[in-house]
Design a protein around this ligand. Structure first.
Ligand SMILES: Nc1ncnc2c1ncn2[C@@H]1O[C@H](COP(=O)(O)OP(=O)(O)OP(=O)(O)O)[C@@H](O)[C@H]1O
Length: 748
């Protein structure tokens, strides 16, 4: 992949076979249209009544319509010596006599298209790439020709592989708030991860913008086509949030893989509770830890048992009686069945009524009295149901968890030896008057999910599960996912440097152990397709502080140049004025722009920008990402991308909790073209060298720092910046304030 300069798409001469290829592509579209028309006729004339067939026809129609609409029906061709050319496209197309015109991207025959490169032609005499818009070819480029193979053999192909034109054009498209499929431009290292065997856990890791989400989605589609087992057992794709789900959820349908189910992590638990509450991060961490599963298991076990004496039921004038020991034996037997709690209760109900009825019958016989009552009548006695509830209550997850949090004695019993007294104290909360009023939190949902499993057993499961932003998963979340995938076949997409929240970790093993007993396979993605090179370099300045062992991806983008730093005077009004001035120009220039702010500043900035830009502003907190300008709280920006990104008050973001610098790293790596850092004073460690040597006297005017394209360039003197970084916070503040004061006095 590219170290060298990319070839410009516009500069290429027209290919001599352009017309021939255009004719081929047009024929393919014609066949597709005919297929669509034929299915439409069949569907419209099909007798209602055969629902399954009619559903299949409707689905075929949808697929065809999708493929027809979104272009790139044919995006490549490969020729092997002495063989017919093979055309590759988004889906398979036949002619009227069932001859293959286009092989689908996911077919084994198409593999070589993704794997062969000029450096490794894989036996191809020709690899031709098409760029098409609305059924018209705009580019035909031969990436491999017969002479490439000769060059390779003669050792003449050591130079960098130029970027494919198709990739350049795809990368150049402005971002419009939704993710697109990229079948035409999948790169070799991505393709390797897409088709990696499905055994145990596969971790696809890489820096920001290396295509992890792209790989995960295309891998799901690839498997949906190529793995017959999975068509039966199903594939689940899990997005980290609803915002991210709406951003990426169009990709799979556009790949004809609408059967793959997509959900956000918070919706995995399908019970009554909704996460509306807030809690301290320390509490969320305890609730997310694997120890919590032990606590819940113990708490539930403690709800079963019989500490009372004999159990007696009045049946008309007679009595049925069991000793305390007999009851305890029945309870022990039910517990030994390894059934979910509520199912085991049914077993106990049967055995208890049978034993009580037997005792009653024997007593009647011994007394020479007739057996008048029946066993069902015994089971309907309120004394029977009450006793059963005391020894083995029917529970919902919500009732159970509310009881655990709100009953000191239960908490102490369940958590002793597992959680410390302080940790127990963090879990305790007064129960609300009704379950509906409980302030359930995001972490509670996974405790409820665990309880739902303990109480009612397994729910729907899948043959393979793909999880995005997996670095953030808690052990309890991992357990919830493992329950949904008994085969342990997972694709985890993530970047340990972008971990935020309570589960920052240095390696994957600590997480994957909750999913599968075997160690995970790791596939690395090393090339970045989103973030321009100068921005990647700048953000890399944070890596030593957050993930020193991770490599920086190689970016294929230049974007619109070096990141800029803008220092406003220390007032909200000046800061907002700076944002407005910059946004006016960038939005005018057609850049979709995100203003990423510390969470607590979101409402104020959104209001100010709405006053200025009216309905061109979207509220990122409400997941409105389709407008020219979006104000996004930093906690919601993960995984998203925009043409231009402004990071407002990086120091405040960095200071916002233990994961602050990581959130800043995430925020800085969201742009495809341009990054602007807008601050009132200090910048956090790793970025301080960007502060101008001299702060202008008329602070508040926009100050573009042009010489930040090389972060190692001595803007403020790298040695000095490093020294300052070593100081403790108080000393650092003093030094920074002093530098600012001196700078101002020199100006005057
Ligand atoms: N082969 C490709 N062809 C065209 N575009 C690509 C390709 N690979 C990735 N991209 C584009 O690069 C951008 C980043 O991709 P993606 O979001 O999958 O990266 P990521 O590694 O998941 O990022 P993050 O770490 O921020 O979550 C997207 O716009 C995606 O469409």
């Amino acid at each position: 992949m590219p170290d060298g300069e990319a070839i410009s798409a516009a500069s290429l001469p027209r290919h001599p076979e352009h017309e021939v290829e255009q004719a081929y592509v047009s024929t393919a579209y014609e066949m597709l249209d005919k297929g669509l028309a034929a299915v439409e006729v069949t569907y419209n004339t099909y007798e209602e009544g055969n629902r399954a067939t009619s559903f299949a026809l409707k689905r075929a129609l949808d697929l065809l319509r999708n493929s027809r609409g979104s272009g790139q029906l044919v995006f490549g061709r490969v020729d092997r010596p002495h063989e017919e050319p093979l055309y590759i496209g988004r889906r398979r197309v036949h002619d009227e006599t069932k001859n293959l015109l286009v092989a689908g991207w996911h077919s084994p025959a198409a593999q070589v298209f993704y794997e062969a490169s000029p450096a490794q032609p894989s036996g191809l005499a020709l690899k031709r790439v098409f760029v098409e818009q609305d059924r018209v070819l705009s580019q035909v480029v031969d990436e491999i020709t017969a002479s490439t193979a000769v060059d390779v053999l003669a050792g003449r192909s050591d130079g960098p592989t130029p970027l494919s034109d198709a990739l350049l054009i795809e990368l150049d498209r402005s971002r419009d708030g939704v993710m697109r499929e990229v079948v035409a431009t999948i790169q070799a290292e991505q393709f390797r991860a897409i088709r990696a065997p499905r055994q145990g856990v596969l971790v696809v890791q890489g820096g920001p913008g290396t295509g992890k989400t792209v790989v995960g989605l295309h891998r799901a589609a690839w498997q949906a086509f190529n793995d017959a087992d999975l068509r039966r057992t199903g594939i689940l794709v899990v997005a980290p949030s609803t915002a991210f789900l709406s951003y990426m959820s169009g990709v799979l349908p556009s790949l004809d893989a609408s059967d793959v189910l997509q959900v956000d992590l918070g919706s995995l638990y399908a019970g009554e509770a909704l996460a509306t509450g807030w809690e301290r991060p320390e509490t969320a961490r305890i609730k997310g830890s694997a120890a919590m599963s032990e606590v819940l298991h113990r708490a539930l076990t403690a709800r079963r048992g019989w500490a009372e004496g004999d159990l007696e039921f009045a049946l008309g004038g007679a009595r049925a009686s069991l000793t305390g020991d007999e009851v305890r034996e029945l309870v022990t037997d039910a517990a030994s069945r390894r059934l979910p709690h509520n199912q085991a209760r049914d077993v106990l109900r049967q055995s208890l009524s049978a034993a009580a009825f037997r005792a009653y019958s024997e007593a009647q016989a011994a007394a020479g009295r007739a057996v008048i009552a029946t066993e069902p009548a015994l089971r309907r006695l309120s004394t029977f149901t009450n006793a059963l509830d005391r020894m083995w209550p029917t529970l919902t997850p919500e009732e159970m968890l509310r009881g655990v949090y709100g009953t000191q004695t239960w908490l102490v019993d369940a958590a002793s030896g597992v959680l410390s007294a302080d940790e127990r104290a963090l879990l305790f909360r007064e129960p609300r008057s009704s379950i509906d009023d409980e302030p359930w939190t995001a972490a509670d949902l996974f405790c409820l999910d665990e309880l739902s499993y303990l109480l009612n057993g397994e729910g729907r499961s899948y043959g393979h599960v793909v999880v995005d932003e997996a670095q953030d998963l808690s052990p309890m979340q991992a357990r919830a996912l493992a329950r949904r995938c008994p085969s342990g076949s997972f694709t985890l997409l993530g970047d340990l440097a972008q971990a935020t929240g309570q589960w920052i970790r240095d390696d994957w093993q600590e997480l994957t152990v909750h999913l599968h007993h075997q160690p995970a396979q790791i596939e690395d993605l090393t090339v970045g397709y989103r973030v321009p090179g100068p921005v990647v370099e700048l953000a890399a300045g944070l890596l030593p502080h957050i993930a020193p062992d991770l490599a920086v991806p190689r970016s294929v983008r230049q974007g619109l140049g070096a990141p800029t730093v803008h220092v406003a005077a220390q007032s909200d009004a000046d800061l907002l004025a700076t944002v407005v001035t910059l946004a006016s120009a960038d939005v005018e220039a057609g850049l979709t722009t995100a203003v990423v702010v510390p969470d607590q500043d979101h409402a104020e900035v959104y209001e100010a920008l709405t006053a200025k830009f009216a309905d061109r502003v979207g509220d990122g907190a409400a997941e409105d990402f389709g407008r020219a300008l979006t104000v996004v709280p930093v906690s919601m920006v993960k995984g998203l991308e925009f043409d231009a990104v402004y990071v407002v008050e990086p120091s405040a973001i960095a200071a916002g909790g233990a994961d602050g610098l990581r959130r800043l790293y995430v925020a800085m790596t969201r742009c495809t073209q341009l990054l602007r850092l807008i601050c009132t004073a200090d910048l956090p460690p790793g970025l301080r060298h960007l502060l101008p040597n001299e702060v202008p006297a008329d602070q508040g005017r926009v100050d573009e720092t042009d010489d930040v394209d090389d972060p190692r360039k001595p803007t403020a003197g790298p040695g000095l910046a490093e020294l300052i970084d070593m100081l403790d916070d108080d000393d650092r503040e003093l030094v920074v304030a002093l530098v600012h004061r001196l700078a101002r006095s020199t100006q005057r």
